[in-house]
Unconditional design. Structure first.
Length: 173
């Protein structure tokens, strides 16, 4: 349980790290991928859920030091909720196919696609209610396409880091 809590905090810390490029991105998904890679699907999912619950009760754990239910019900809240789908997708794939490095990469990528799908659908719904209709392609252009390469890099880094951490934990414990 300690590691589950530590990774929930790590996800929060990563959400505060913003990389200032043309379209700024956070390291939030890196924290999620590391939690899944180190803890596995079941405990990694629990870390993600705890992270989201911490934010839901008002702690400023989301990107931009945001927290509260309003962050979850805002236009980008679907991506936060989508982190649960990322974790569940990872858990399912690794439960069926094992935890070899290539399976972890595929599982993280598939989980991320689930997050993109849920988050984009939520974005279109909420954005359309408050700002007028928006097409899926336009939403993808705003919310997904700029993040594909950074997220692929985060997956690669997370697999490398999580394998090293798992090895250290195995030899230490």
């Amino acid at each position: 349980m300690v590691l589950v809590s530590v990774f929930a905090v790590l996800i929060a810390l990563c959400s505060w790290i913003t990389i200032p490029v043309a379209v700024p991105f956070t390291m939030q998904t890196f924290g999620i991928f590391c939690a899944l890679g180190v803890l596995g699907g079941k405990r990694g999912t629990l870390s993600v859920i705890i992270y989201i619950l911490l934010g839901a009760v008002g702690l400023p754990v989301f990107s931009g030091f945001k927290g509260g239910v309003s962050a979850l019900f805002g236009v980008t809240g679907g991506y936060i909720a989508g982190f649960v789908f990322t974790a569940l997708g990872y858990w399912l794939i690794t439960k069926i196919f094992g935890t070899k490095k290539y399976v972890k990469i595929i599982a993280m990528a598939a989980g991320l696609l689930l997050c993109y799908a849920f988050g984009t659908a939520w974005f279109v719904l909420v954005y359309s209610k408050t700002n007028g209709a928006i097409g899926v392609l336009q939403a993808l252009s705003m919310c997904v396409f700029p993040f594909i390469i950074p997220d692929a890099v985060k997956i690669a880094l997370a697999v490398f880091v999580s394998n090293a951490v798992r090895e250290k934990l195995r030899t230490a414990g």
